[in-house]
Design a protein around this ligand. Structure first.
Ligand code: ADP
Ligand code: ZN
Length: 435
C-alpha cells in the first residue's frame, strides 16, 4: 500500500535530521555486521586500526576502509557474504561491462527492501495501478529485470515482462497491450524509435507516457530526443548490482538530479585519486555504503561512477539529497592526448545536431605517438542523399561542435543509417585500437 498519492513510503519525506538518525543507527549496525561475519572486513578494519565501536557520528564513516570491485572479484563468488548460504534466497551478477562479473546475494529481507526502493522510484515518476509497464531489459542475472518487475507489480501496474530483443514484437506488444510506461537502456530506446519508424509507426502514437532509462550514461540531448520522439517523459534511473541493482537513485518530476535514498545508502563523493572526501558540489567518485543489506554488506564501496551531490530543497517534497546524472565511469573515461573525455559528452553534442541519426561509435587509434579520435556518425537518410559538398559541410560542422565541447580535434566520419551496431542492453560505443 502506498503511503500517499504522491509517495510510496513515508521515509521519502522524513525530516533530514530523522533520516540522519536512522543512518547513524544503521551505519553502526552494518559496520558491526560486516566486521563480525566477513573475515575480509575484520582484517581490513584491523589494518586501518578501526573498530565498529569507533563509529559515533556519520562523519566517522571516513575512518572505515574502502571496498572496491577487485575485492568482490577476488572473493568470487560468495567470499564477502555475511550470512550462511541457506539465508540467501537469490543471487544476481553485474553485467560484466568491465571484466569478470561480481556476484551479489540477497536475503529475503534484502529483497523486500529492494522491491520497495524500486517501487519508490517508479511511483515517484507517476507509475500507478492503471499503468501498463513494459520491462525491456534482461531478466536473467542482470538486476534490472527482476528488480523493476517486482516493484511495478507491487504498485499494482500490469507488467509486461518482455525482456530484450525482437524489437518489432516489442512495439507490437506496446500497441496491443496499451503500454504506458517502459524501462530499458537509453540506447535501446533509441533503437526502438528507429524500428518503429521503419514500421511506419510514429513513436509518439504508441501511447507511452513514462520512460525509465538507465544502466548506462546518457545525455540531456538524448533525453530531449527520446521525449520528443515518443511524446513521453524520460527519467534517469541509477543503480548497480553491488547496491542491490536499480532503485539506488532516480529522477523525480523535476528531472534535475536523482534522489538518492539515504536511509538505505550512505553517500560520499571522494577524489578518485586520493580517496579524500569531497564536499557538496565537488565532482568525484561516488562511494556508497548500503545500510540495510544483510547478505552482502559493503563498506564504502567505490562505484567508479563520477558525479556530485546536489543538496538543494526539491519541489517534489522529498528530503533525500540528489546526485547529478552520472557523468561517466572512471573505467571508461577516455584519455585522449592527455584530455579526459567521457563518451556522454560526445553523445550530448551529436544528439543536438538535427542531421545526425541514431547511432555513433568512437574509434581510438594511434598516429605515431599521438592519440587520434574518430567519431563515426550515422547521418539521417534525407541528408545522406545530398551533394558531396553538403556532406563535407556537415562533417566540418560536427567536428567544430565536438572540438568546442571537448577541447581537442576530432575526426568525424559520416556513415549511412544502419551501418553501426545497435544495442539491446548497455551500448558499447568505444573501439580502442591504441594497443
Ligand atoms: P557493470 O559494472 O558490469 O555494468 P551493473 O550491471 O551492476 O554492472 O551496472 C552498474 C553500473 O552501470 C553503474 O556502476 C554505472 O556505471 C552504470 N549505470 C547504471 N545506471 C546508470 C545511469 N543512470 N547513468 C549512468 N550510468 C549508469
Ligand atoms: Zn524531487
Amino acid at each position: 500500500m502506498p503511503y500517499s498519492d504522491k509517495y510510496w513510503q513515508k521515509e521519502e519525506i522524513l525530516p533530514r535530521r530523522e533520516l540522519e538518525e536512522i543512518q547513524l543507527k544503521r551505519l553502526k549496525w552494518v559496520a558491526k555486521h560486516a566486521y563480525e561475519n566477513v573475515p575480509f572486513y575484520r582484517k581490513a578494519f584491523k589494518e586501518k586500526g578501526v573498530h565498529p565501536d569507533d563509529i559515533r557520528t556519520l562523519d566517522d564513516v571516513a575512518r572505515l576502509p574502502f571496498t572496491n570491485k577487485n575485492h568482490l572479484i577476488e572473493n568470487y563468488p560468495f567470499g564477502l557474504f555475511a550470512v550462511p548460504k541457506d539465508e540467501i534466497v537469490r543471487i544476481h551478477t553485474s553485467s560484466g561491462t568491465t571484466g569478470k562479473p561480481k556476484v551479489v546475494g540477497y536475503t529475503a529481507r534484502d529483497l523486500e527492501n529492494w522491491i520497495n526502493l524500486c517501487a519508490r522510484c517508479l511511483y515517484m515518476v507517476g507509475i500507478r495501478k492503471k499503468d501498463v509497464f513494459q520491462n525491456m531489459v534482461s531478466y536473467t542475472l542482470f538486476t534490472g529485470g527482476l528488480g523493476f518487475h517486482y516493484a511495478a507489480e507491487r504498485i499494482g501496474a500490469m507488467v509486461v515482462p518482455s525482456g530484450t530483443g525482437n524489437t518489432k514484437r516489442q512495439i507490437q506488444f506496446m500497441l496491443d497491450f496499451g503500454t504506458t510506461a517502459i524501462h530499458c537502456t537509453p540506447s535501446y530506446a533509441l533503437h526502438i524509435k528507429e524500428v518503429a519508424e521503419s514500421m511506419n509507426i510514429d513513436p509518439s502514437e504508441i501511447g507511452l507516457r513514462i520512460g525509465c532509462f538507465g544502466a548506462e550514461p546518457w545525455s540531456e540531448s538524448l533525453r530531449r530526443k527520446l521525449e520528443d520522439s515518443f511524446g513521453l517523459k524520460a527519467y534517469d534511473s541509477y543503480g548497480l548490482s553491488e547496491m542491490n541493482g536499480p532503485g539506488v537513485a532516480f529522477e523525480c518530476e523535476e528531472q534535475n538530479g536523482l534522489h538518492i535514498w539515504i536511509d538505505h545508502y550512505l553517500v560520499e563523493v571522494v577524489d578518485p585519486e586520493s580517496g579524500e572526501v569531497l564536499s557538496e558540489g565537488e565532482k568525484g567518485e561516488l562511494v556508497l555504503t548500503p545500510l540495510t543489506k544483510e547478505a552482502l554488506p559493503l563498506i564504502r564501496y567505490r562505484t567508479g561512477d563520477i558525479t556530485y551531490i546536489m543538496d538543494d530543497e526539491c519541489s517534489c517534497g522529498r528530503t533525500h539529497p540528489k546526485i547529478h546524472r552520472i557523468l561517466g565511469r572512471t573505467d571508461d573515461m577516455l584519455i585522449v592526448r592527455g584530455i579526459n573525455i567521457f563518451p556522454s559528452q560526445i553523445e550530448h553534442v551529436l544528439m543536438k545536431i538535427p542531421e545526425v541519426g541514431d547511432s555513433y561509435q568512437i574509434v581510438l587509434t594511434k598516429r605515431g605517438a599521438l592519440d587520434e579520435m574518430t567519431v563515426r556518425v550515422e547521418v539521417k537518410d534525407e541528408f545522406f542523399t545530398g551533394e558531396l559538398a553538403d556532406l563535407e559541410r556537415l562533417k566540418k560542422k560536427i567536428e567544430n561542435a565536438l572540438r568546442e565541447e571537448l577541447g581537442i580535434r576530432v575526426n568525424v566520419e559520416l556513415v549511412e543509417k544502419g551501418t553501426l551496431e545497435r544495442f539491446e542492453g548497455k551500448a558499447k560505443r568505444i573501439l580502442d585500437l591504441r594497443r
